[in-house]
Design a protein around this ligand. Structure first.
Ligand SMILES: Nc1nc2c(c(=O)[nH]1)N[C@@H](CN(C=O)c1ccc(C(=O)N[C@@H](CCC(=O)O)C(=O)O)cc1)CN2
Length: 293
């Protein structure tokens, strides 16, 4: 058996086409959504992700604003930039690219974002709304990667209802928020959150109908720990240098041998990454629609 592919590049293209129509409808009412990005430092990965966000905005008709700050920026200087964006009417939503340099207090930065402009859904108010809102439809921005994981599965005709989902990784962008989201009544999954400190990770994984691997540990999900027929989503990103070419490449959390056991796998690259980008755009469009309702 070889697993079927959860193709994030294709699903993201469909979402962008849908959003282009919604952005055009807003434009007819004189509303242009505007996404700002705040990039600190010169990490090549972060630069690449941010450049992709601006390309995506242009593709669907969202305006975009770039704020780039040196690695040496102080907490106060960075907070002042966020205050400017909070007050800027052309910026309807923004993100602060993570990770931030070690001398910056990331939690405090996330708290400085106006919750109504929080395109990543990572402000404590929006994470709180995610926890509180167990019954109703989406009414506040949600973290992009968990949303991307959910849509990738659903757009392939699969359902979350009744599934036992084992999440690996406890980071703020994926592992921590995905449980409260998937246990909403509309998805009805049962979720176990594991991490690198879990005593017997293999035993937890073998009970999973769906694995969401977001630990950032290359190959942490091995074929022998996957139930035959499971759905496996690879969110983890580690970089390795190819010894032959000397080029850097992305390695996921899921060992390639898992494809022989699972029913569905998301590739990495080409799976959840493009969905993260597409769902950021969806958050921006939804925020503009809500603000103008
Ligand atoms: N403020 C945020 N920071 C970070 C987030 C986030 O959601 N908000 N997530 C990641 C980075 N990220 C978006 O910001 C992101 C990561 C990966 C991809 C992607 O499309 N990856 C490609 C492969 C790219 C490669 O080869 O390097 C893929 O999976 O096909 C998009 C966005 C951390 N920071």
């Amino acid at each position: 058996m070889t697993a079927q592919i959860l193709n994030g590049t294709a699903a993201a293209a469909t979402i962008k086409a849908e959003l282009t129509v919604r952005v055009a409808a807003l434009a007819e009412r004189g509303i242009v959504p505007g996404l700002a990005t705040v990039l600190v430092g010169a990490d090549p990965g972060s630069q690449w992700y941010v450049a992709g966000k601006h390309r995506d905005c242009a593709e669907v008709g969202i305006a975009s604003i770039k704020r780039e700050l040196p690695e040496s920026v102080t907490q106060e200087e960075l907070e002042a930039v966020l205050a400017e964006l909070n007050a800027d009417p052309d910026c309807t939503g923004y993100i602060v690219q993570l990770p931030l340099p070690k001398h910056i207090d990331t939690d405090r930065i996330l708290e400085c974002i106006d919750p109504d402009k929080d395109a990543d859904g990572l402000h404590p108010t929006n994470l709180g709304r995610l926890v509180l809102n167990a019954n109703s439809e989406i009414s506040s921005p949600l973290p992009c990667t968990p949303r991307g994981v959910i849509e990738l599965v659903e757009r392939n005709g699969l359902s979350w209802a009744g599934k036992h989902v084992v999440v690996v990784g406890r980071g703020v962008t994926v592992g921590r928020p995905i449980g409260p989201l998937l246990t909403r009544r509309e998805f009805n999954a049962t979720v176990t959150l594991t991490h690198t400190g879990t005593t017997d990770l293999g035993a937890e994984l073998r009970r999973a109908d769906v694995i969401v691997a977001a630990a950032g540990v290359a190959g942490i999900v091995r074929a022998e720990d996957v139930k035959p027929g499971a759905i496996v989503l690879d969110v983890g990103v580690s970089r390795t240098t190819d010894p032959e070419t000397g080029k850097s490449r992305v390695v996921g959390d899921v060992d390639p041998s898992v494809a022989a056991v699972a029913a569905w796998v998301s590739p990495n690259p080409g799976g959840v990454g493009p969905m993260t980008r597409a769902l950021l755009l969806k958050n921006v469009v939804e925020m503009a629609e809500r603000a103008s309702a």
